[in-house]
Design a protein around this ligand. Structure first.
Ligand code: GAP
Length: 588
């Protein structure tokens, strides 16, 4: 059987310093990867490109919050109760597996995450699924919810439990009371964060695609749902491939090739904000090297949506005939801010000023506590609060002699005269609203893998097989390889000087003088370096060098004087290699 791209890529990634399982000296531990020198540089370049597009160009602010947060944050966010995956344990070997993945891998079902636990148990029985580790029958094994958060103790003892954040988003939501001040209380405003997130995945797999520690780049956009709309004209012509719920549920369903404008007009994209970000994301993914023919946006099925989302679309990339989620675009409504308001003493609203002050009738109560206290004891304040809520919601409840409220399932009856109920006219200049949240949430590690996979290419050069990564110059770890033909007779010195000059001009340079020139080209090809420059005897005579383009392997003789400008223009896409002013050189 021939090697898959995944196998070749994982081997190349380790050999050339892109990524490899971490702590190998101690046997490693599943789900943790180290990005080597090339990988770390690629990651940095991709994060910079994300920052440029989703923070700087959109006018948003970036923050950097802690990765450990106290338990109450996750009680409020819902992660403590609802951030679970389905686990089935093999009774024979004790290995744990993700039950939904077993179903996806062994049946025709594509999205098992949205299926109820009981049905998953039935499917395991029906398809007689076996343990992937030891082959034992899993029929009849119970499927349980497993919470994915890593817990820890903050400080000595266990009185202050904390968790490693499972998404960077919570670090933004909990700081909303201050962040809104920095945004001068004006909606819409966006806050971004790039950082590590942690999930105790049941079965990490596919190298950096499903790990236990990974990097997210998230944008939380706070909007007034009644007033703020995106400028869709900026993305209406962007071509996308959509896979909405209807097509997924239809046996003959297929990808819809459309534009953002058309998809909004025909209702496929119901949220204008999600439509906007899908358009921006499509262009950005293509810019950093994702192949548009192996990329789509898929709408979440109802049961698949996270506990906070009312609509969600995933960006997905095709890798070895599998679709992998790269990012999620969720409409989170007011879920997060309302929950943090409920669980904390802070104000998670924004005061929305009216154009003109308005006069409205307000129903209020001012209960007689000297009556409520003796009558209801410890529940007196709760009864008073319930009366205030009821006055706002239903004035008619105060029309009789008595009014009844419900506190924790128990009814309390109070004479209306003891509530001091009144309806007054008040003039208001605005109101407090809880903003809604639109969230584009990108995984960086999966994107790096996809960029490498989609850039992976093989061809033949000079009768020899060649492997190269056709990386875009904006993200390639190294922009230029600089070689002396040999490290003697001043060639090495001249090449080292040239490398220093190019570095000073802001280019990322790899100097290499070991082995034959052909081998040096292959090394740079394998790490995806777009250009190589060779210093030879002619350089010392006439001040020219050979510049070689990676994908075409074409070479040109160009003057060394303005080489930094030529290479900068080439790497920034302002100049095509075919338009470089130089003498063609015979190929390798
Ligand atoms: N704040 C929303 C959120 O966290 P998510 O869909 O759970 O949404 C966003 O995660 C992205 O993070 C995913 O699209 C994926 O790219 C990445 N991601 C999630 N779990 C991951 C894992 N175990 N390993 C690598 N990347 C992961």
């Amino acid at each position: 059987m021939s090697e898959s791209t995944a196998e070749k890529l994982v081997e190349l990634a380790k050999r050339r310093g892109y990524f490899f399982p971490s702590a190998g000296a101690y046997g490693g531990v599943a789900g943790f990867y180290t990005f080597g020198p090339q990988g770390a540089a690629l990651k940095q370049n991709v994060e910079d490109a994300w920052r440029e597009r989703f923070a700087v160009r959109e006018g948003h602010q970036e923050i950097d919050a802690p990765t450990v947060m106290p338990e109450p944050v996750f009680e409020a966010s819902g992660h403590l109760d609802g951030f679970d995956d389905m686990l089935v344990e093999c009774a024979d070997c004790g290995e744990s597996h993700r039950a939904d993945h077993l179903i996806e891998d062994n049946t025709a079902i594509e999205e098992a995450e949205s299926i109820a636990i009981e049905e998953v148990e039935d499917l395991i029985d029906e398809h007689q699924l076996v343990c992937p580790s030891c082959g034992a029958d899993l029929s009849g094994e119970p499927v349980d919810d497993f919470n994915l958060m890593f817990g820890t103790n903050i400080g000595p003892g266990d009185s202050s439990p904390g968790y490693l954040r499972p998404e960077t988003a919570q670090g933004i939501f909990v700081e909303f009371p201050l962040l809104k001040e920095y945004a001068r209380n004006q909606l819409p405003f966006g806050v971004t964060q790039i950082g590590k997130a942690y999930r105790n995945e049941i079965s990490p797999r596919k190298s950096v695609i499903r790990t236990r520690e990974f990097t997210q780049a998230e944008l939380e956009l706070f909007v007034d749902p009644e007033e703020n709309d995106p400028d869709l004209s900026r993305v209406e012509d962007v071509e996308v491939r959509l896979y909405p719920i209807g097509e997924q549920e239809d046996e003959d369903g297929e990808l819809i090739e459309t534009t953002i404008g058309e998809a909004v007009d025909d209702g496929t994209l119901a949220s204008p904000w999600i439509a906007y970000y899908l358009g921006v994301a499509q262009e950005w993914y293509e810019r950093v090297g994702v192949d548009a023919d192996r990329f789509r946006f898929r709408q979440h099925l109802a049961g698949e949506r996270a506990h906070y989302a009312s609509d969600c679309w995933d960006a997905e990339a095709e890798l070895d005939e599998d679709w992998i989620e790269l990012a999620g675009f969720a409409y989170r409504g007011d879920y997060d801010l309302s929950k943090h308001a409920e669980h904390s003493d802070e104000d998670f609203t924004i005061f929305k000023q009216y154009d003109e002050p308005v006069t409205v009738e307000r129903a209020t109560v001012d209960p007689d506590m000297s009556y409520l206290g003796p009558e209801f004891g410890g529940q007196a304040q709760a009864v008073a609060d319930a009366l205030a809520d009821l006055a706002e919601e239903d004035r008619s409840a105060f029309e009789g002699e008595d009014v009844t409220v419900d506190v924790d399932g128990e009814e309390y009856t109070v004479p209306v005269e003891k509530t001091d109920f009144s309806v007054d006219e008040v003039t208001e200049s605005g109101e407090h609203i809880t903003p809604h949240v639109v969230e584009p949430s990108f995984g960086v590690d999966r994107l790096l893998y996809t960029i490498l996979d989609h850039a992976y290419a093989e061809d033949e050069v000079g009768g020899e097989e060649r492997t190269y990564l056709s990386l875009d110059a904006e993200v390639a770890p190294t922009t230029v390889g600089v070689f002396p033909l040999m490290d003697k007779e001043g060639l090495g010195e001249r090449a080292r000087d040239l490398a220093a000059e190019l570095r000073a001009a802001g280019l990322s340079v790899n100097y290499d003088d070991s082995g034959a020139i052909g081998r040096r080209y292959r090394r740079q090809d394998e790490i995806g370096t777009p250009f190589c420059v060779t210093v030879d005897y002619e350089t010392l005579e006439d001040g020219t060098v050979t510049v070689r383009e990676r994908d075409s392997t074409e070479q040109l003789r160009v003057p060394v004087d303005d080489l930094d400008e030529t290479l900068t223009a080439l790497s920034e896409g302002d100049l095509a290699f075919a338009d470089v002013d130089g003498e063609p050189v015979e190929e390798e």
